[in-house]
Design a protein around this ligand. Structure first.
Ligand SMILES: *Cc1c(COP(=O)(O)O)cnc(C)c1O
Length: 461
């Protein structure tokens, strides 16, 4: 018998108009933006795949929770709603709200990281790395080698290499390593999940050396979906049961709720240890706000409580992740080189394969981002040499193994028809790829340059 097709587990109550500029208008807009997609006005973008962060569509339940938000400075009911939800789901008793994920990093790292420290992890996210390097510490990458091999079909490319991790611990000594950070899923590594087996073994290794294990969990629900659908022994567990096992292995976590919290702003720190919580409390009050709001409004905490609950349901995750997988498969059908396996929140186009004639110094992924905007009004983001930035010590450019254009899919926002426009746009650029030349950076900030860099076309004459 034919299987019933799976459709969105929701229907649409409110819509938002978007409009398309002409190709000529787009050329003018991107020039004005100094060829940096961050500088575009959102209203000049037709389909915005810059990020899945804070761009999701809230449910009717979340919107009604907003109305009931309690804006009390201290002891807000909405804080306790959020806290109760998180304590139950994550099994960590101490919850600190922050205005977003990097604020959680700022607070936690203020309490834990000092000059000269080494923080091993799996391809640290850019703000994580920024907060580590800002404190003159080192973000040490221990991701498995399979992660850098596009031919490898490893199902958990976000995994930490246990040999690399143990080597760095032995070499540098535990005194220099305040904690290991495990990013779940691994964003910069292609939205790649981490297996429960890897989480368990990393946790065991950390315990052996008495080093704390901190998770960076922006997309933990998506990671749990991959564990359920790919890892033996987890098929029958619910997403919430898997999530609860994941967190049982950590000492604490930082969360950007703008991802799997399905809210537009917000984040939190969750901790098991009271002493560390007390240390963090001081920095929270200094940087974010009092402990029962920490940079969030009451209504946002109320919406976050609902959002996390919805995001840890299988039907929601299945629909979300299958939309991303489908876009990847469609691009493959059209011969567009993408990173594989396809991750949870985004499809990554391999720009060095797309433009084999453009050297990495000439920013192939940034070039592709600009061309795709001109072609179809679609905005992606560069994850390549621009994002990789300079080495903080030598100030030389860092050359990541891939130069990628990330197409991140906002949660519950776009339809399959929108995804077909994305496929069409990339197909058009692919047809004329040989006529595209690269870009050079004409301005860059001293740290996290990709947000504000300016570019000019390479003059081939
Ligand atoms: C988004 C993200 C962050 C930072 O969170 P913000 O809310 O953007 O400040 C940190 N780590 C990972 C893995 C992320 O995806």
């Amino acid at each position: 018998m034919d299987k019933m097709p799976f459709a969105e587990p929701y229907k649409i109550k409110v819509v938002e108009q978007i409009k398309q500029l002409s190709r000529e208008e787009r050329i003018a807009k991107i020039k004005e933006a100094k060829l940096n997609l961050f500088n575009l006005k959102a209203e000049d973008v037709y389909i915005d795949l810059l990020t899945d962060s804070g761009t999701g569509a809230m449910s009717d339940n979340q919107w009604s929770a907003l109305m009931k938000g309690d804006e009390s400075y201290a002891g807000s009911r909405s804080f306790f709603q959020m806290k109760d939800m998180l304590v139950k789901l994550l099994g960590m008793p101490y919850i600190i709200p922050t205005h977003q994920g990097r604020a959680a990093e700022n607070v936690l790292f203020s309490a834990m990281v000092k000059k000269g420290d080494i923080i091993p992890g799996n391809t640290h996210f850019d703000t994580t790395k920024g907060h580590i390097e800002f404190r003159n510490a080192i973000a040490y990458d221990c991701t498995i080698e399979d992660s850098f091999d596009n031919e490898s079909n490893h199902q958990f490319k976000g995994n930490i290499d246990l040999v690399k991790l143990e080597e760095v611990i032995k070499k540098e000594g535990r005194a220099r390593i305040p904690f290991v950070v495990h990013t779940i899923t691994c964003n910069s590594g292609g939205g790649q999940p981490v297996s429960m087996d890897n989480i368990r073994k990393v946790s065991r290794l950390c315990k052996k050396y008495n080093i704390k294990l901190i998770f960076d969990v922006a997309r933990f629900a998506e990671n749990a979906y991959f564990i359920k659908t790919r890892e033996e022994g987890y098929e029958k567990l619910t997403i919430k049961e898997i999530v609860s096992e994941i967190f049982s292995y950590a000492d604490g976590c930082t969360m950007s709720a703008k991802k799997d919290g399905i809210v537009n702003i917000g984040g939190f720190i969750a901790l098991k240890d009271e002493e560390l919580y007390k240390k963090c409390s001081v920095y929270t009050i200094m940087f974010e706000g009092y402990l029962t709001y920490g940079g969030m409004s009451g209504r946002d905490m109320a919406a976050l409580a609902k959002g996390i609950d919805e995001a840890t349901e299988f039907d929601y995750l299945h629909n979300r992740i299958q939309q991303v997988q489908r876009l990847g498969k469609r691009l493959e059908e059209e011969g567009i080189p993408i990173l594989k396996p396809i991750g949870g929140h985004a499809v990554y186009v391999d720009a060095m394969k797309f433009f084999p004639h453009i050297p990495q110094d000439h920013c192939p992924a940034q070039t592709l981002g600009v061309e795709l905007y001109i072609e179809a009004g679609v905005r992606g983001v560069e994850i390549g040499i621009v994002l990789a930035d300079r080495d903080p010590v030598t100030r030389e450019n860092r050359y990541p193994k891939f130069d990628l254009l990330r197409l991140a899919i906002p949660r519950r926002v776009y339809t399959e028809n929108h995804m077909e426009v994305v496929v069409w746009g990339l197909k058009q650029v692919y047809k004329r790829r040989e006529s595209c030349s690269g870009l050079k950076i004409t301005y860059e900030a001293p740290i996290m340059r990709h947000f504000t860099a300016e570019f000019a076309p390479i003059d081939n004459s």
